[in-house]
Ligand binder design. Structure first.
Ligand SMILES: *Cc1c(COP(=O)(O)O)cnc(C)c1O
Length: 409
């Protein structure tokens, strides 16, 4: 499975992995929370700060013009990465949370003033739940929740009926707790045929799926840079041009205007209309570097195949142990596994694994209502990236056995 990508060479690019934690080999399996950064990205940022830094779109001087061109080039690069028709349909945000809040504000203002319900699903991250809850409350609209089935997939039995009167359908591409990858092309088609505007949360899917927004034909697709080898503080909001054109701005201030009087302001065209304030130029350039690095190392499709094989390898080993319950058993899963262990609290598991040098996530994964549905206090989650290998899996399985011995299984 490593024929196509030289994983050992890739690991060397992630200097942080080359250290001991509590005297043990570091086994980093918290990639669904955030990924580590390759030297290629770190050096690009370092070079930018050392030699190129200035404010974007604010000066006639050389440094400002130069960095503004780089910033805009990344917009084009992102558009290509997700196959958007026009780079103008790429809005830079500070992350998925910021993008979804922007939509819950601006799109709701455009669509929900008179009527209309919002539909989300039972597997949403809080970032794709609370902003819509607030919007529903603001306009006095109904917030509906599409249920899930026992294996952790969306239950589409009554989907069309539930869509009656829905103006906004907001749904995750992949669940950060269950791992389920939703068939968003099909969901999009049905939702749009019923007249809803579609919003997809790609925070989890972007690093493991080739995303083609034109093929999906969605209205909005949102993700963060930091889960795809780029720095924190930058995110992407893809939006269909016609809708971005009509939507009111979210944040207001500098850089998003064309003319300002004390009485009134004319806004800039999109995407600038949605990029108020000094933009996160270092972070955007870091995102560009991350996308370039992924391409250089084989591309998302190859990354996904490798990471998914790791997940399958891990789940096969995990299933050999007693008292394990894996949450999320869809045939179409992204590179993460959530599980619980009989009579052992996930936080105890996390603590003992940490002692073994292993970084996993324990908790409700910002999806508390879903955790309640699963009837567990929390889960343990291991999530894979391109620098993980079979040694990580061995170390994790050994760690889990240590937990079991400790609790006298
Ligand atoms: C991480 C995550 C978010 C939030 O992303 P931020 O970068 O924290 O804004 C939203 N949705 C899903 C599915 C996620 O995994």
């Amino acid at each position: 499975m490593t024929e196509q990508i030289d994983i050992a060479a890739i690991r060397k690019e992630f200097t942080i992995l080359n250290q001991s934690i509590r005297g043990k080999r570091l086994c980093y399996l918290d990639n669904a929370a955030t990924t580590q950064k390759p030297q290629f990205v770190i050096q690009k940022i370092n070079n930018c700060l050392t030699n190129e830094y200035a404010a974007v779109a604010r000066g006639v001087h050389y440094l400002s013009q130069n960095i503004s061109a780089e910033y805009e080039a990344v917009r084009g690069q992102v558009a290509k990465f997700i196959n958007a028709k026009n780079p103008r349909e790429i809005v830079f945000t500070s992350g998925t949370t910021a993008g979804l809040n922007l939509l819950a504000y601006s799109l709701s203002e455009l669509l929900l003033k008179r009527d209309g319900a919002i539909l989300i699903t039972a597997m949403e991250h809080h970032a794709n739940l609370i902003p819509w809850q607030m919007a529903a409350r603001r306009y006095g609209r109904e917030l509906r929740v599409l249920p899930i089935s026992a294996n952790g997939e969306l239950d589409l039995t009554n989907f069309e009926k539930i869509l009656d009167g829905v103006k906004i359908f907001a749904c995750t591409h992949a669940s950060n707790l269950l791992g389920t990858i939703n068939n968003i092309k099909e969901l999009n088609h049905i939702a749009k045929s019923k007249g809803a505007v579609t919003v997809f949360d790609g925070a989890q899917a972007i690093a493991h799926n080739c995303v083609d927004v034109r093929e999906i034909d969605c209205d909005f697709y949102v993700f963060s840079g930091h889960k795809i080898y780029a720095p924190t503080g930058v995110g992407v909001l893809y939006g269909r041009g016609e809708l971005l054109e009509q939507m009111p701005p979210f944040l207001t201030g500098g850089a998003m205007i064309s003319t300002v009087r004390f009485e009134n302001t004319e806004f800039a065209e999109y995407p600038q209309k949605f990029e108020a304030g000094t933009p996160p130029v270092i972070e955007v350039i870091g995102l560009g570097a991350a996308l370039e690095w992924i391409e250089k190392r084989g591309g998302i499709e190859k990354f996904a195949a490798y990471e998914n094989a790791l997940r399958a390898e891990f789940e096969a080993e995990l299933n050999k142990l007693d008292g394990i319950k894996i949450h999320g058993n869809s045939a179409n899963k992204t590179a993460l596994t959530s599980w619980t262990m009989k009579n052992i609290h996930p936080h105890d598991v996390g603590t003992i694994l940490d002692d073994c040098g292993i970084a996993v996530r324990v908790g409700h994964h910002c999806a508390e209502p879903l955790t309640k549905l699963l009837q567990v206090p929390a889960t343990i989650r291991a999530s894979f990236a391109i620098y993980n290998n079979s040694e990580d899996i061995k170390q994790l399985i050994e760690g889990i056995k240590t937990v079991q011995r400790f609790f006298d299984y």
